[in-house]
Write a protein that binds this ligand. Structure first.
Ligand SMILES: [Zn+2]
Length: 191
């Protein structure tokens, strides 16, 4: 999947969780903004194992660092695309949030952390729909995909992703917003 599909998927997943699973009742502006940023970073973070990842492309020496990362973490769709990687990212991000807490005390770390984790998990789920599949259970090296029959899965950046998946995510987000309009409005009013 492309970076923009991952970003949209991350925000859609976040919306789905706060609308359907765990409603949030207390939110301040700083938490809202940091959580949104964390969600978007989480949404593309697993692709740091790709030398062409947007993260690397936007840095001056990014290409070089990207290539080094690619080699040192086992190539594309390896550890960063597994539950082990998710746990590792989660642990490191939690440490970072706690470290930063004294300078941003109004941030609700738990909301920001969950927002980040939802972004990362949405990435792995979305990549599962592509032909390459995702090695969810590393070190067990088998790649899983949805549906299990590889020929029925998507190819990154091709027409189905652009014409069906991306608009589909917009529609899902739209439906979630429409169905939970009052709740979301109330949440935004608190900011
Ligand atoms: Zn990926």
């Amino acid at each position: 999947m492309t970076g923009r599909t991952h970003d949209l998927a991350a925000i859609t997943a976040l919306l789905a969780v706060i609308c359907l699973v765990v409603p949030i009742y207390n939110l301040n502006m700083t938490t809202f903004l940091v959580a949104l940023l964390a969600n978007q970073i989480g949404g593309i973070l697993p692709d740091i194992d790709q030398p062409t990842a947007p993260l690397w492309k936007n840095l001056p020496i990014g290409k070089l660092v990207g290539r080094f990362f690619d080699k040192s973490i086992g190539g594309h769709r390896f550890i960063t695309h597994s539950l082990l990687g998710v746990a590792l990212f989660g642990f490191l991000f939690w440490m970072l949030l706690n470290f930063l807490h004294p300078i941003m005390p109004s941030v609700d770390n738990l909301i920001v952390w969950w927002s980040f984790m939802i972004g990362i998990l949405s990435h792995l789920v979305m990549d599962s729909f592509t032909k390459e599949g995702v090695p969810w259970l590393l070190p067990f090296p088998f790649k899983f995909g949805l549906p299990p029959v590889k020929s029925l899965r998507l190819t990154t950046g091709k027409a189905i992703e652009t014409l069906v998946v991306f608009p589909g995510l917009i529609v899902i987000s739209g439906l979630l917003i429409a169905a939970n309009y009052n709740y979301l409005l109330q949440l935004l009013h608190q900011l």
